[in-house]
Ligand binder design. Structure first.
Ligand code: SF4
Ligand code: SF4
Length: 160
């Protein structure tokens, strides 16, 4: 069965190790700007990793067919040789999970590390879990229902 990464944001300490393991796995460099997972601090509320939920919306919007779904594990895969760096995937992603690599100028989207996500394996606080899609849906529902109950949180200015 295909699996999803789910997040337990209340456990996150903001150490950013997941970002470092991600960039090292893909590029052999510790550089958060080249990571496919991003830890966001929302003062004074919470640190939380943000990452692709593999919804596949961006597949349809890529003008050159550079985004595909890996049939083996369900992951979104960017075909680097095809990607023209137009950032349409960045534009349509509702989660802010797609970015453009500052070095290659191509799309960066979580590929689930071919079914063995490094961020999940290496988070010291077990914030991330890689679970069957049927279990993941329960957590997704839970998070949305909690968000709906919360009072609206004012947006902060874009960081300089
Ligand atoms: S940046 Fe690359 S992957 Fe994203 S939409 Fe453009 S061509 Fe497709
Ligand atoms: S990058 Fe965004 S739009 Fe594309 S599959 Fe991931 S969450 Fe969906």
């Amino acid at each position: 069965m295909w699996k999803n990464i789910i997040i337990h944001p209340e456990k996150c300490t903001g150490c950013h190790l997941c970002e470092l393991y991600c960039s090292f796995h893909h590029f052999k460099i510790n550089n958060p700007s080249r990571s496919r997972i991003h830890v966001i601090r929302s003062e004074p509320y919470i640190d939380s990793p943000i990452l692709c939920i593999q919804c596949g919306l961006c597949i349809d919007f890529c003008p050159v067919g550079a985004i595909i779904r890996n049939k083996k594990n369900g992951a979104i895969n960017v075909l680097i040789d095809k990607c023209i760096g137009c950032a349409q995937c960045v534009f349509v992603c509702p989660y802010g999970a797609a970015t453009i690599d500052p070095i290659t100028k191509k799309a960066l989207i979580c590929d689930l590390c071919n079914g063995e996500p490094e961020c999940v394996k290496n988070c010291p606080e077990k914030v991330l879990e890689y679970v069957d899609a049927t279990k993941a849906v329960y957590y997704k529902n839970l998070i949305i229902s909690k968000l709906l109950k919360k009072e609206s949180i004012p947006l902060e200015p874009y960081p300089k």
